[in-house]
Design a protein around this ligand. Structure first.
Ligand code: SAH
Ligand code: SF4
Length: 345
């Protein structure tokens, strides 16, 4: 049995040819898979019964389904998806003026173990398939229409997992999300967030994928970064910087630096100055993120005063900086809080 959403269009054509079916069926099947996201061949009701059975005997569909949802006071909705092997990932939709952003997962768990992150605590289970990542977007868009009357306008890979360690499937799904055969979203509305894997950052540029990139910097101090993000022991800030410059110059795009404010760890005026020095020579903007506290982890968010002073210090140096307030905290839907808490309750 093969996963029908992991084969190429040409392979589907070959399969139809060998089985004496007309080539135009491939287009119909593709529509069912990527436009309507059906979960069974039975639903493909413009195909003959024979063809539906032939497909069912040779392929499976790797559907994700929503098994629960929770709405936060601020209208953020957290959704739990069950995959065909019963594993679970989470996604969030966040409405704001004129837009709805979906935060989706790229892996079940994450191998990188960042000290402040709830997903990092779980460890890594497996990569998600193209179909599973696509279903999250499709189902969240449907939910967005139901709840807020508009389809998704933006997608961020900021749920569970390190997207650049599932490069092939993340790039694969982006081609469907941006294709007229799929969701038809502009790649300008898609953001990959990464803890910093230089080879794959360069690969995005070489593959000419004009997708936004957010780098989870969190500190410009290499020693502190190594303590917070174990992956920083493998890839230095210098290497990451080189890859980011390659990305910005080749694709003519800016990178966004994400900076999580952790009380007593990276939130002083000196830290802010170091951030300014770090990002000044890269085409970039900065998002300061409020930390969402995670049970049993020893980190706290910075005080309002420290946050304001940090922001002011960066802003005064003419850096394009924004504060991203937490959303959906009351239901653990905020970034870094996605860790299947629901299941354990
Ligand atoms: N693995 C990727 C993408 C998923 S994490 C990455 O690390 O970039 C998405 C963002 O949420 C990252 O910037 C991450 O540092 C941040 N994050 C993790 N835990 C958090 C928490 N508890 N509160 C706020 N942001 C958090
Ligand atoms: Fe993985 Fe990102 Fe969490 Fe780090 S912050 S553990 S890279 S999901």
């Amino acid at each position: 049995m093969q996963n029908i959403r992991s084969i190429l269009f040409g392979e589907l054509l070959d399969f139809l040819k060998i089985n004496d079916e007309k080539p135009y069926r491939a287009g119909q099947i593709y529509d069912w898979l990527w436009k309507y996201c059906v979960s069974s061949f039975e639903q493909m009701n413009n195909l003959s019964q024979n063809l539906r059975e032939l497909l069912a005997n040779n392929f499976f569909i790797d559907s994700a389904k929503i098994i629960s949802q929770q709405i936060s006071n601020d209208k953020t909705i957290k959704v739990v998806f069950e995959l065909i092997d019963k594993k679970i990932v989470e996604g969030v939709i966040i409405p704001s003026e004129n837009r709805v952003t979906a935060c989706i997962s790229s892996q079940v768990g994450c191998a990188l173990g960042c000290k402040f992150c709830a997903t990092g605590k779980m460890g890594f289970s497996r990569n998600l398939t193209i179909g599973e990542i696509y279903d999250q977007s499709f189902l969240l868009s449907k939910l967005s229409v139901e709840k807020y009357n508009i389809p998704l306008t933006n997608i961020v890979f900021m749920g569970m997992g390190e997207p650049l360690l599932n490069y092939k499937n993340v790039i694969g799904v982006i081609s469907f999300l941006t294709s007229q055969k799929g969701m038809g979203l502009s790649s300008k509305r898609i953001t990959i967030s990464t803890s910093g894997i230089p080879a794959q950052i360069k690969q995005i540029a070489d593959d000419n994928i004009k997708v936004n990139l957010a780098l989870s910097l969190h500190t410009a101090n290499p020693d502190v970064r190594k303590k917070l993000l174990p992956v920083a022991n493998k890839y230095s800030l210098d290497e990451i910087t080189k890859s980011l410059k390659y990305y910005t110059s080749k694709l003519k795009l800016k990178v966004t630096f994400e900076y999580l404010l952790l009380s007593g760890i990276n939130d002083t005026v000196d830290d802010a100055k170091a951030l300014v020095a770090f990002c000044s020579n890269i085409a970039s903007k900065v998002n300061i993120i409020e930390y969402n506290e995670v049970e049993n982890l020893p980190f706290q968010k910075s005080s309002e005063n420290k946050t304001a002073l940090f922001l002011k210090t960066v802003y005064e140096k003419k850096i394009n900086v924004k504060l991203r307030r937490s959303r959906g905290i009351d239901i653990d839907a905020a970034c870094g809080q996605l860790a299947n808490k629901q299941k354990k309750r």
